[in-house]
Design a protein. Structure first.
Length: 258
């Protein structure tokens, strides 16, 4: 292989892998937090699978681009094929931003449909220039088809989290008001409710804000700053479960407040 061809191959694979790196910026931070809390379909693979699979697919994409680019960018069909490929690569990155960055499976599913169509168009145009290049993209479109199924399933399985509660409020004995909270849209407990007073005392006796700090930084920050616990509106059972998981002794203290 000539030096010029080796350079083109490295550039082609590098550009494709770079697109994956950009998408991973939004993916890596969301997987152990937001993504971990979603309801997933039975066929959903373990999170560790995605990294190796996408790294391999981006490498195959790069080789396919090289095989087409090798015929000369001055050719109109080559230029058009690479432009279409660039569009689908852009859509690939955008999907990661919408799904993992914006936490929006609904719009991500709409976007992945356009991504699939762009990949299909790329395969068709690549096949007219290099059949091998087209075949190298088959694993890619199959995986995106599977990803589309996962995307749609996650979107539908987590629809309940998108329910909006009515805006009515309940008057508490101390004169304050509390609204309804998800997921059942029950009224939040009043600030002077016995359960909250006991929980607040337990937090004083046990550094449980560290539990929340690892689970939800916003809640952790509020507890650390001494804000009222009712303001963050967590469920008592959630507090206990998290405490038991992170700090067994704290869990015992909190269980005594039920």
């Amino acid at each position: 292989m000539k030096i010029n061809n080796i350079f083109k191959l490295v550039i082609a694979i590098g550009v494709c892998e770079l697109a994956g790196v950009v998408g991973s910026v939004f993916t890596v931070s969301a997987i152990p937090t937001w993504y971990a809390g979603l309801v997933k379909p039975a066929l959903n693979p373990p999170s560790w699978v995605f990294g190796p699979v996408w790294t391999t697919l981006f490498a195959l994409m790069g080789v396919a681009v090289f095989l087409v680019w090798h015929y000369g960018f001055e050719r109109k069909d080559v230029k058009m094929a690479l432009i279409i490929f660039g569009i689908q690569l852009f859509l690939n990155t955008v999907w990661s931003i919408i799904f993992f960055g914006l936490h929006n499976p609904g719009w991500a599913f709409v976007e992945i449909i356009f991504l699939w169509l762009a990949i299909f168009a790329t395969i068709i145009t690549f096949r007219k220039i290099s059949k091998l290049a087209a075949w190298l993209l088959i694993p890619y479109i199959l995986w995106v088809s599977f990803a589309g199924y996962l995307n749609y399933s996650i979107w539908t399985l987590n629809q309940k989290e998108l329910v909006a509660c009515t805006m009515d409020a309940k008057l508490c004995p101390d004169g304050s008001y509390v609204g309804r909270v998800l997921p059942e849209c029950d009224f939040a407990l009043c600030p002077d409710a016995p359960q909250w007073l006991a929980i607040k005392q337990a937090i004083t006796n046990c550094e449980v804000e560290s539990v929340w700090q690892t689970h939800d930084r916003n809640v952790g920050a509020k507890l650390k700053n001494g804000e009222e616990l009712f303001a963050v509106e967590p469920k008592i059972d959630d507090i206990i479960d998290l405490a038991i998981a992170a700090e067994p002794e704290c869990g015992k203290i909190l269980m005594g407040t039920e």
